[in-house]
Design a protein around this ligand. Structure first.
Ligand SMILES: [Mn+2]
Length: 231
């Protein structure tokens, strides 16, 4: 009897929290989407589309808190010159079953989508209807000491000219891009909370990007990069 009552309370709580989250999506759509447009940077060998106000600040704050608490954050390690180091950020991988990813030569399965991640995915796909992302890589930069070095998202599993959508929540961090061979081709963006960046075209084949160390930043930032893995 008590167990039944307990389960009922859990169920009601679950429904209530789902409703709350649906409200977030509604709210996102109600914020006059037409006023939210992309600034398009048409670069040599690629494009960057930037929407600083993708999410209202109050909603970005809610997602940040929720994702920090509920995501299955992992401390990955890398081997360099025979020594093992912690990756300077926490990471997580979510997506549909069957779309596994390769990390340091190991094949990993994604965690199943959470309600929040599916919501954010849905809203991104409202703005770029050509995409149907099947996975998301999450990065948690605990403070300005966490970073990601120069790299391209050019793993074989992403195919040719992948579209990658990146949502920022929390501390504003700098996002640097540079062309691999045309050394005068550079772009620097400040990514505020609730902003959306889309990387398009041949960008991953010709450019590299990084999130540099910024020691004066003492707050966390989460970054969600939605991708389409081709199996
Ligand atoms: Mn990247």
């Amino acid at each position: 009897m008590y167990l039944f009552a307990f389960l009922l309370v859990c169920k009601i709580y679950q429904i209530a929290s789902l409703k709350n989250l649906k409200y977030l999506t509604m709210d996102l759509f109600n914020q006059k989407p037409k006023e939210r447009t992309f600034q398009k940077f048409i670069l040599e060998d690629g494009e960057i589309w930037f929407m600083p106000n993708f999410m209202p600040l109050s909603i970005a704050e809610k997602y940040l808190k929720k994702l920090l608490e509920t995501i299955n954050w992992k401390q990955e390690q890398i081997k360099m010159y025979g020594k093992v180091y912690d990756v300077p950020r926490k990471t997580a991988w979510y997506g549909y079953e069957g779309f596994s990813y390769q990390y340091s030569g190991i094949l990993c399965d994604p965690d199943p989508w959470t309600v929040e991640l599916l919501e954010i995915k849905k809203v991104i796909e409202y703005f770029i209807p050509t995409e149907n992302f099947n996975s998301v890589l999450l990065n948690h930069y605990r403070d300005g000491n966490d970073k990601v070095g120069w790299h391209a998202d050019d793993e074989a599993g992403l195919g040719i000219n992948p579209t990658i959508a990146s949502v920022s929540l929390g501390a504003t961090r700098r996002f640097d891009l540079k062309h691999k061979t045309k050394l005068n081709q550079k772009l620097q963006l400040e990514l505020p909370t609730g902003s959306l960046v889309i990387m398009i075209g041949a960008l991953q084949h010709h450019w590299v990007h990084q999130i540099p160390v910024q020691r004066k930043i003492h707050h966390p930032r989460i970054n969600l990069t939605f991708r389409t893995i081709k199996n």
